[in-house]
Design a protein. Structure first.
Length: 129
């Protein structure tokens, strides 16, 4: 299952050289993951309130391939790479006109209200498998 999220580069996203500041790619992929989960029908606010479970990034491996610039229209692609009962690994790519600019492998885990790792919620596992 592939999810696409359109993202425009604003002036505030760029550095002095006019390129997207490196940390902002993490913001772009975070927004895309949030919209991906919402698109799956998972209400993260309800999940936290009722089950005490939240998602957290455990690890990110990122490659910066080419710069994005002010006013570029980006496509953030999210795909499931690996699932286990306790973690989810996603591959996320930021593209402009079909060219890869940034590639990340993101490992997500579920945490309890006390901040301890727990199994991914069953309703979530059901919709991503």
């Amino acid at each position: 299952m592939t999810h696409h999220f359109a993202c425009r580069v604003y002036y505030e996203d760029t550095d002095l050289a006019g390129f997207v500041y490196y940390a902002n790619y993490l913001r772009f992929i975070e927004r895309a993951r949030t919209e991906w989960v919402r698109g799956l029908g998972i209400d993260q606010v309800r999940l936290r309130a009722q089950a005490g479970v939240v998602f957290a990034v455990r690890r990110i491996e990122a490659d910066y391939l080419a710069p994005a610039r002010f006013d570029d229209l980006l496509d953030v692609v999210t795909e499931v790479a690996v699932t286990t009962p306790a973690r989810l690994v996603l591959r996320q790519v930021v593209r402009r006109d079909g060219a890869d600019l940034f590639v990340a492998v993101v490992t997500l885990v579920a945490l309890s209200a006390q901040g301890r790792p727990v199994r991914l919620p069953a309703e979530f596992r059901a919709v991503i498998s």
